[in-house]
Design a protein around this ligand. Structure first.
Ligand SMILES: Cc1ncc(COP(=O)(O)O)c(C=O)c1O
Length: 395
């Protein structure tokens, strides 16, 4: 990409295809919430949200009020739910911007109701139950009582009831079934009391494919949109593919003799005379320092090793076997070049993490460039660039 030092190419056609796979799984009657928290797992929340909605998603899930406000300020009017826990100071703006909130206890109900009344608005509330994730949510035993408290407030509407599954990727589904049983009991209790809200939602990405009974009225999906977990998806026989490639270019090339030290602390010493390419990407951009001497990049369709320490702004590659490499050459850190591919999963596995921890960490200098795959009907063929969006990362 001309003019860029380090950039993420995001394939909107692949995003649409991934959403179509989710839609065909859940059918037309179940809503799809696109989880775009943490700047859409680092892919750029505004662009991803617009395309996800255009591709048939029904609602957006964010981590906090700043993320919700960014989407509203960009002109998005469709339903947005804050999946996490809000704090008191966020209340006036979530009411003003018509953002639904998750509640986990009765603690904030008075404040929420009072603020909604002050602004002459109705605030939509989703009651979250902790069925075994152990992070947020009320205990199932208290669900009915809190639901009653919500509906008794004039300016609050109990729109949703939800829980979060903690162990859907585990081969043994026993824990998930336990969570679902606990949740079903709470739903039944609310039903008995005439308090069942219109949108019940439980399943995340893997859950929606492995536990059909968890579809209810809406699924909340993040990693399927981004194709983050192709190994897992392949095991489940799902045609979901990564939408992001991370690229940089060769900024500097030099020939070095045998036994040249490369990088801080001489962490690599060349075993023979070679050529070293220096590329403007480093751990500030989210390319982890732990990849020092442990990763590969693609140059002209060939794998070349990352040598020496990953520094804040630069990495070095040994391109000694690549006569034709030149300054300005595109370097693929994640993605495909010719027949070769480096998957985020490969990098994540190397350093003992998950692919989306890496995408969430891509920094402000990484330009997000949105593309359509040329062999399919295009919504916009020209790359669309957005200003750098907030660097944010939820958990
Ligand atoms: C409450 C909640 N629902 C849904 C999701 C989406 O999960 P996934 O990306 O696995 O689909 C998340 C993400 O962590 C979440 O926190």
């Amino acid at each position: 990409m001309r003019g860029h030092r380090v950039w993420a190419e995001i394939d909107l056609t692949a995003l649409r295809r991934n959403i179509a796979v989710v839609r065909s799984e859940v059918g037309r009657r179940t809503r799809i919430m696109a989880v775009v928290k943490a700047d859409a797992y680092g892919h750029g929340a505004v662009q991803i949200s617009n395309h996800a909605l255009a591709a048939g998603c029904d609602a957006l899930g964010v981590g906090d009020s700043a993320e919700a406000l960014e989407l509203r300020d960009s002109g998005i009017t469709r339903p947005i739910l804050i999946l996490g826990a809000i704090i008191e100071e966020e209340i006036p703006q979530v009411v003003e911007y018509d953002v639904a909130v998750s509640v986990h206890s009765s603690d904030l109900l008075d404040l929420l109701d009072r603020e909604a009344r002050r602004q002459h608005r109705l605030l939509r509330v989703h009651l979250k139950i902790d069925t075994g994730m152990g992070r947020l949510g009320a205990s199932p035993a208290r669900a009915a009582e809190i639901a009653r408290e919500i509906v008794s407030r004039r300016n609050l509407e109990l729109e949703g009831l939800c829980t979060h599954l903690s162990s859907v990727a585990s081969a043994n589904g026993a824990y998930t079934r336990q969570q679902l049983d606990r949740f079903q009991e709470a739903v039944a209790e609310l039903d008995r009391l005439g308090l069942r809200p219109p949108i019940i939602h439980v399943a995340n990405s893997v859950g929606l494919f492995t536990f059909r009974e968890a579809h209810f009225d809406m699924v909340r999906t993040g990693i399927t949109l981004y194709g983050l977990g192709p190994g897992l998806f392949a095991r489940l026989n799902l045609s979901l593919h990564p939408i992001l490639s991370l690229k940089t270019r060769i900024a500097f090339l030099k020939n070095v003799p045998e036994e040249s030290a490369i990088g801080y602390d001489q962490s690599y010493v060349t075993p023979k005379a070679t050529r070293i390419a220096t590329c403007p990407v480093g751990y500030n951009d989210g390319y982890p320092r732990l990849l020092t001497n442990r990763a590969f990049a693609l140059v002209r369709g060939r794998r070349v090793p990352v040598v020496g320490t990953v520094t804040m702004d630069y990495i070095m590659l040994d391109v000694g076997d690549l006569e034709e490499a030149g300054v300005g050459d595109e370097v693929t850190l994640v993605g495909r070049d010719g027949l070769e591919e480096i998957r985020l999963e490969e990098l994540a596995r190397t350093i003992g993490t998950i692919p989306y921890e890496l995408t969430c960490g891509f920094g402000r200098r990484v330009r997000r460039v949105y593309l359509e795959t040329p062999d399919l009907p295009a919504v916009a063929r020209k790359p669309i660039e957005t200003p750098l969006s907030l660097r944010a990362c939820g958990s």
